[in-house]
Design a protein around this ligand. Structure first.
Ligand SMILES: [Zn+2]
Length: 242
């Protein structure tokens, strides 16, 4: 979007030297800051919110944004097209990846190896990415449903997405979306994210009542929430590279 007054005045007030974008969204109901992989910051602004309110918001959340930018930045390492191995902290699985160039596109799992055939780097990576999505669904969805059952929450649907910005989200209709990269995190941290999203089926916000509910189920949620945020660093770069 074109730079305008709001954006220029924001540049002056941020302590961060990085440029960031302001996007006015007709769908947004409140001000939000999004930090993308690599550290790009985007402030999403509902229609009709003035520059002053945006500036206040950015100032108030600067420490949070800076922390998140640092986390998201570490995460960008020069990517090998296909990694030599894949480790899922969630399940403890360690898989060697064997990649051969060839005319067909094929991916097979043999015990602790993934055998991959593809004509070029990007085809190989795409195969691996779609395998990851399916593998994540197989491992994460049943565990979320189990936990929901145990805690007496209802989940209408589980979706696996490979977003760059969020570990999970929850819709008013009870669809919980989980990031495929959760398989790279420890089970305890993933369980916390599950609890976080389940609590959102009761409170669609981060109000005090929301956090009280989270705390009731997981008293150690603060530590786990920090680990979750830092978790972007443990996600290998090939997951998102196009
Ligand atoms: Zn939340």
């Amino acid at each position: 979007m074109k730079p305008h007054g709001t954006q220029l005045s924001l540049f002056e007030t941020r302590s961060l030297s990085d440029p960031f974008a302001v996007r006015v969204s007709p769908r947004a109901r409140r001000l939000t800051a999004r930090v993308h992989v690599g550290g790009r910051v985007e402030i999403v602004v509902p229609v009709g919110v003035n520059a002053h309110a945006v500036r206040d918001f950015v100032q108030r959340f600067t420490p949070w944004i800076d922390r998140k930018v640092a986390a998201m930045r570490c995460f960008v390492a020069p990517a090998e097209p296909v990694p030599p191995s894949i480790a899922f902290a969630f399940t403890g699985e360690q898989l060697a990846v064997e990649w051969r160039r060839g005319p067909s596109r094929r991916l097979e799992r043999h015990a602790d190896r993934l055998v991959l055939q593809a004509p070029d780097d990007s085809a190989a990576r795409m195969l691996l990415q779609s395998w990851l999505k399916a593998a994540a669904e197989e491992r994460l969805a049943p565990r979320l449903l189990e936990l929901a059952d145990e805690l007496k929450y209802s989940v209408a649907r589980v979706r696996i997405r490979c977003q760059r910005t969020r570990w999970g989200s929850c819709s008013t209709r009870g669809t919980v979306s989980l990031n495929c990269s959760l398989v790279f995190l420890r089970p305890e941290v993933v369980r916390y994210l599950f609890i976080h999203e389940l609590a959102h089926t009761k409170h669609m916000n981060h109000s005090a009542s929301f956090w009280r509910l989270v705390e009731k189920i997981e008293p150690d949620y603060r530590r786990l929430d920090r680990e979750l945020l830092a978790g972007w660093r443990t996600v290998p770069a090939w997951v998102f590279k196009n």
